[in-house]
Design a protein around this ligand. Structure first.
Ligand SMILES: CC(C)(COP(=O)(O)OP(=O)(O)OC[C@H]1O[C@@H](n2cnc3c(N)ncnc32)[C@H](O)[C@@H]1OP(=O)(O)O)[C@@H](O)C(=O)NCCC(=O)NCCS
Length: 168
């Protein structure tokens, strides 16, 4: 398994990332999208993201046998007083590769790079009571609290969101 940071998304990578995103949304992961969610919808998202990757928006992929099986993003804060802070978004692991520490490897790579960039505080949010919430706590993230009815899951049910931080 290779973990790499990419600054551009090739057409082939866009297809592979789209499969990972569609699998997550179809599995009811609350990552910003509602069902029905097609491969075309996902490709549109990755096209938009590809054009906004820069020094403030970083993307990692996990590759197994030339296939992207997981991804995560880091968004650095632009404000002058928050240059030490960044937000982790869209940690997604293909269902066939879950439970094999792929997310752990991605988060380790992200933290290493964030540290090099002078980031000392990471933030993220995730759906309350989700598997992801348990995993973040397992990975050393501190839960701050929950906001009820923050976002709908892909099936349209309003769910609470949990907020986390990690000092690195
Ligand atoms: C959340 C997600 C990224 C986790 O990916 P993963 O590759 O399966 O996670 P890992 O295998 O690295 O597990 C990390 C740690 O959590 C533990 N863990 C795994 N599943 C767990 C669970 N259900 N509850 C508690 N801990 C769990 C693992 O044992 C591992 O700890 P260890 O290293 O001590 O063994 C994956 O389930 C996913 O893509 N979900 C859908 C998308 C999503 O919800 N993303 C989060 C958006 S905020």
């Amino acid at each position: 398994m290779e973990i790499k940071q990419i600054s551009e998304i090739t057409p082939e990578q866009k297809k592979q990332l789209s499969h990972v995103l569609v699998e997550a949304v179809n599995g009811n992961a609350s990552v910003g999208f509602m069902l029905p969610f097609s491969l075309e919808d996902a490709e549109h998202y990755w096209s938009m993201l590809g054009s906004s990757l820069n020094n403030h928006h970083l993307l990692w992929v996990a590759v197994e046998n030339n296939l992207i099986v997981a991804t995560v993003q880091l968004i650095l804060t632009k404000s002058q007083n928050g240059q030490h802070r960044a937000e982790v978004v869209k940690l997604l692991v293909s269902p066939h590769f879950r439970g094999q520490k792929v997310a752990t490897k991605l988060m380790n790579a992200l933290e290493t790079e964030a540290h090099k960039l002078g980031i000392t505080l990471l933030l993220l949010d995730t759906q309350t009571s989700s598997t992801a919430e348990s995993i973040y706590q397992h990975l050393g993230w501190q839960k701050i609290g929950e906001i009820p009815d923050y976002a709908k899951n892909p099936r349209g049910v309003l769910c609470s969101t949990s907020y986390f931080y990690k000092l690195i």
